[in-house]
Design a protein around this ligand. Structure first.
Ligand SMILES: Nc1nc2c(c(=O)[nH]1)N[C@H]1C(S)=C(S)[C@@H](COP(=O)(O)O)O[C@H]1N2
Ligand SMILES: [Mo]
Length: 343
C-alpha cells in the first residue's frame, strides 16, 4: 500500500468512525465479494448487514459519460467563471487548491439508474465550497441560470437555486486520492439534491446567464430539473439467490437527495409492510443503510422494499417496466427480488 493509499484508507476509516460515534454499532465484517458463488444444492447464509456507513471504493464507483473520457492536461486546465458576474475569474489548479479544503461524504446517483440498479455510489469528496468562488466573482441578480461547459463537450445548466444553495462543492479528490480521469479530473461540481446528469465532470466553464439553455441529455428528453427521487435498493439477497431457511438478513440502501429518509419497510410476497432498522449519517446527502431480519421458511418468495422520505412521500410500484422506468425523470418505483429458500 502506498503512503497516499494508506492515508486515503485511514481517512475513510476515520469517517466511518464518525458514523460509529453517532450511534452505530461496532465494526463488523465487510460486505461479501460480489461474485460469491451460490449453488442450489448447498445454499450459504448471506453475510450479516454492514455495521457502518459504506464508502464505495473509488475503483467500484460507477461511471457514466456521454462520450469519451477526455485527457485533460492539469497544467493548461482552467475553469472560467463568467457571464452575469461583477468580476469574471479564471482558476488554475493552484488557485482551486488555494480555497479552504473540505471533505464530505456524498451519495452520487445517475438519473438513468434502473430500479435496484448499480448506478449509485457513496464516496468521500475532497475539494472546496463553491460559495467562496461566488463571493469572489459576485453573482449579479439578473442571473437566472448557471450553464456549465466541460472538457468532453458535455453541457448542462441549473436554475440559480441549485448553485447558490449551501453545500455546493467543487471536488478534486475522491476517497482521499486525486479525482481519477474517468471521474472528472481535475475538477467536478456537486450540487445537493440533483442527479449526476446536472453535475459536470471535467468542468471548464461556469457561465451565469439570463437566457434559456438546454443541455445534452435535456435536449434528448431527460429531466431539466434532475432532482433525486426517493429510491431504495435491496443489496442482499440478490435476485434468484438460493438461501438456507432460518434467520436471513435482508439489507440495502435508500436515498432521496435533499430529503432525509425517515422509514424503510420490507414486504414478503403480499404480507404486511414491516419496518427495517435504519443506519444513517448526520446528512441526508449520505445514503441510508437499512436492514431487516427475516425468519424465512422454505419456499420461493418475492421480497420488496419501500422508503418514505421526510416529506411523507412513500415509494410505490409504477406502471413502467423495470428497464424503461427511469426515463425521463429518474424513478421511485419499488425494488423487489425473488429468492429461493431451502429447508
Ligand atoms: N462532463 C461530463 N460530466 C458528466 C457526465 C458526462 O458525460 N460528461 N455525465 C453525468 C452523469 S449522467 C452522471 S450520472 C455522472 C457520473 O459520474 P461518474 O462517472 O463519476 O460516476 O456524471 C455526470 N457528469
Ligand atoms: Mo447520469
Amino acid at each position: 500500500m502506498s503512503d497516499l493509499t494508506r492515508r486515503a484508507f485511514l481517512k475513510v476509516a476515520g469517517l466511518a468512525g464518525v458514523a460509529l460515534a453517532s450511534g452505530c454499532q461496532a465494526a463488523g465484517p465487510a460486505e461479501a465479494p460480489a461474485d460469491q458463488a451460490s449453488s442450489p444444492r448447498a445454499p450459504q447464509a448471506p453475510p450479516s448487514p454492514p455495521t457502518e456507513i459504506l464508502i464505495t471504493p473509488t475503483g467500484e464507483l460507477y461511471t457514466q459519460s456521454y462520450s469519451k473520457v477526455p485527457a485533460v492536461d492539469g497544467n493548461s486546465w482552467r475553469l472560467k467563471v463568467h457571464g452575469l458576474v461583477r468580476q469574471a475569474a479564471e482558476l488554475d489548479m493552484d488557485a482551486m487548491r488555494a480555497f479552504p479544503k473540505v471533505e464530505q461524504v456524498r451519495t452520487l446517483e445517475c438519473i438513468g439508474n434502473p430500479v435496484g440498479g448499480p448506478l449509485i455510489g457513496n464516496v468521500v469528496w475532497g475539494g472546496f465550497e463553491a460559495r467562496h468562488l461566488w463571493d469572489q466573482v459576485g453573482l449579479r441578480p439578473e442571473a437566472v441560470k448557471a450553464r456549465f461547459g466541460a472538457a468532453d463537450g458535455y453541457e448542462t445548466s441549473v436554475a440559480m437555486q441549485w448553485i447558490t444553495q449551501p453545500g455546493v462543492l467543487l471536488a478534486y479528490e475522491v476517497n482521499g486520492g486525486p479525482l481519477p480521469r474517468e471521474h472528472g479530473f481535475p475538477l467536478r461540481i456537486l450540487m445537493p439534491g440533483l442527479y449526476g446528469q446536472k453535475m459536470p465532470k471535467w468542468i471548464t466553464e461556469i457561465e451565469f446567464i439570463d437566457r434559456p439553455h438546454v443541455g445534452y441529455w435535456e435536449s434528448r428528453g431527460w429531466s431539466e430539473e434532475g432532482t433525486v427521487q426517493t429510491n431504495s435498493i435491496i443489496r442482499r439477497p440478490r435476485e434468484l439467490e438460493d438461501l438456507p431457511a432460518g434467520a436471513l438478513p435482508v439489507y440495502g440502501v435508500a436515498f432521496a437527495g435533499l430529503r432525509r429518509i425517515v422509514k424503510v419497510e420490507v414486504r414478503v410476497d403480499d404480507g404486511e409492510w414491516q419496518p427495517a432498522v435504519l443506519m444513517q449519517a448526520d446528512s441526508p446527502l449520505v445514503w441510508t443503510q437499512w436492514s431487516f431480519s427475516w425468519d424465512a421458511p422454505p419456499g420461493r418468495y418475492r421480497v420488496a422494499v419501500r422508503a418514505t422520505d421526510e416529506e411523507g412521500f412513500v415509494q410505490s410500484t409504477g406502471s413502467g417496466t423495470v428497464l424503461s422506468s427511469a426515463f425521463p425523470d429518474g424513478t421511485s418505483d419499488i425494488h423487489d427480488v425473488v429468492v429461493n429458500v431451502y429447508g
